[in-house]
Ligand binder design. Structure first.
Ligand code: UT7
Length: 318
């Protein structure tokens, strides 16, 4: 049986990091560092420079992932890019990344599932690989979410940041058991009835009913994590690392607690990156792999929830 094994990962953050106080000062937001940290855990976020596009961030992260995997672009058959902040409405931002990387074969496309985008993109690439239609895939989450902000709306403008993360996955032979290395199971959901709770308005600014999104996030993440455990047969204590979407430290803590995982086994980067939507999971993954926490052979559980609503999970033996 073919499995998709994670061969490398990488990330990229724009140079400018703004602390809560610096953002409040720069954008004249009626908020405080104390409120933002207490309600969300966020301390700072990176903001793309003028002219720095989502494709630029994605390209840098992709290069880092390729180098970590010790592969070149010639080895890659497909690029799947999850983003909610594409360079343009068309063509796909993935096409620009394909060109930036000098890839003149294969195919590239975008996936729009907002904060669940990376889990969606990984699931799609995994299916291509397991079907034998691709051997190596570059899966990227990249956002310039700061460009979707109404800076006068303090209920959203302090929450988001820019960045990109990427993984290279490749086909390897497995036995079809949980001992296999690679992606062991993926789970996707959406419920379009909740469209209006988190959306962009006519001026392309994010509008969110934070309380309702929070409530649904806790419920949906708990249920998809249960689904992933049931599908694989893993007990919560067998999960080495939870790598959740980074929206709010309180949601991250809640999911970890429900699983009975000590905080040391939950990867959190929300303090430093804020909510980078589709980029948050690959950014967190790259952070924890490169600093040596996530090791080969360990079980990693990803979970995400975003506008749509969309939500999903993936279980990976690293
Ligand atoms: O990534 C996709 C998924 N997104 C999420 O998961 C986000 C989910 N939601 C949340 O994380 C939280 O709901 C927020 C962080 C957005 C808000 O936290 P909350 O604890 O739900 O606060 P709230 O919306 O109930 O607001 C509490 C108070 C309000 O004032 P009153 O009505 O109590 O006087 C708000 O006006 O806090 C006020 N407030 C702020 N105060 C200072 C809202 N935003 C701010 C702010 N600074 N930036």
């Amino acid at each position: 049986m073919i499995r998709s094994v994670v061969l490398g990962c990488g990330s990229y953050l724009p140079a400018q990091a703004l602390t809560n106080d610096a953002l409040i000062e720069a954008r004249k937001i009626d908020s405080s560092d104390e409120w933002i940290q207490r309600r969300t855990g966020i301390k700072q976020r990176h903001i793309a420079a003028e002219g720095e596009k989502t494709s630029d961030l994605a390209t840098q992260a992709a290069r880092a992932a390729l180098s970590d995997a010790k592969l070149t672009i010639v080895d890659i058959d497909m690029i799947v890019l999850a983003t909610t902040s594409p360079d343009d409405a068309l063509p796909a931002t993935a096409a620009k990344v394909q060109a930036n990387l000098g890839m003149d074969h294969g195919f590239a496309f975008d996936v729009q599932a907002v904060c669940s985008g990376f889990v969606y993109a990984l699931t799609i690439a995994d299916n291509f690989i397991r079907l034998g239609q691709a051997r190596h895939a570059l899966v990227i989450g990249a956002e310039t979410f700061s460009r979707l902000m109404d800076w006068n709306d303090r209920t959203t403008s302090v929450l988001f940041g820019d960045g990109a993360g990427a993984v290279v996955i490749g086909a390897r032979e497995g036995q079809g058991t949980n001992d296999d290395q690679g992606i062991l199971s993926t789970h996707l959901h959406s419920d379009g009835r909740q469209y209006d709770l988190l959306h962009t308005d006519e001026s392309r600014c994010v509008r969110m009913n934070g309380k309702e999104v929070f409530r649904h996030a806790v419920i949906n993440l708990a249920s998809v994590v249960d689904e992933a455990l049931e599908a694989t047969g893993f007990k919560p204590e067998e999960i080495d690392w939870l790598v959740p979407h980074q929206a709010n430290q309180r949601i991250i803590d809640g999911t970890g607690k429900k699983l009975g995982l000590p905080a040391e086994r939950v990867i959190s980067t929300v303090a430093l990156h804020a909510n980078t939507s589709a980029a948050s999971i690959p950014l967190a993954l790259a952070t924890a792999v490169l600093d040596g926490r996530i090791k080969r052979g360990q079980i990693v559980l990803l979970d995400a929830m975003g506008a749509g609503f969309t939500w999903g999970a993936a279980v990976i033996r690293w």
